[in-house]
Write a protein that binds this ligand. Sequence first.
Ligand SMILES: [Ca+2]
Length: 306
Amino acid sequence: MKKNVSRKPLLLAFVTLTLLSVTLCLSSCRAASGNSEANGKDSKKNLTQRNVSVAGQELNDAKCPLEGYKLVWHDEFEKAGILGGDWTYQVAPPKWVNNELQTYVKETSPAGKPVAECSEGTLKINCFSEGDKVYSGRVYAQVNSGWKYGYVEASIKLPVGKGTWPAFWMMPVHFSSWPYDGEIDIMEEVGFHPDYTSSSIHCRSYNHVKGTQKTSERLCEGAEGGFHLYALEWTADYIRTFVDGKELLYFENDKEGNKDTWPFNTPFYLILNVAWGGNWGGAQGVDESALPVTMEVDYVRVFQKE
Ligand SMILES: [Ca+2]
């Protein structure tokens, strides 16, 4: 596209100011962790900005789904009701991880309200208060087998409200300890920093406890309230993520054969959840008047190389 040359100084000033304010906000706002299994550990994300508005930044965008991959598993959530048999519910009390405030239950709250339900072609993960608790859903796809390498995508509409911390991510099937076994965060967002979606990887050498995790974040306008495509390509050589086909995170296997820097050579399963509060989601407090909230997922698809 042609650019109006006379506007360049203005544009540059705007980009500089935007970057400055984003950087300031990030350094002050992001006091906390990824959606990790590091229970209660304070942490800071080491952000790499790959904002599309950065002048001269070449982004390796792609047409999703990527070519050369074949669909091996998917859920379009067309069948109304509870989730199918490929899914497992996490049951966990508040403060189980990351000082999060929600109670995760299987299927429904004590009063019978669903934390995860399919209707009108989408999965809804509901986070709501009931009595003196906040209930929410955290569900796993293929928790016992997972997938090793491939291309994964989900179309997701994020909830709105200070305190929300929705995520689409992966953990290793054979798990002994965090971060040694690795974690792949395809999409995370927090309600106090709306529409800024991020991707991260965690392992022993790169994790938020040490401030060395690999993270990339970018404004995805309308992520709260509209469906956007969050995707991961994971090969033996690299991990990269996309938002609406725009590359966000790129992390390369250093090929040292060292699990500390590349634990991503075993099967990982998929996770969808809405956390409430916690080290990151609650870093600026929570607004309970925002509840109930819902994360809506149109589909999740897993592809592998033919
Ligand atoms: Ca659907």
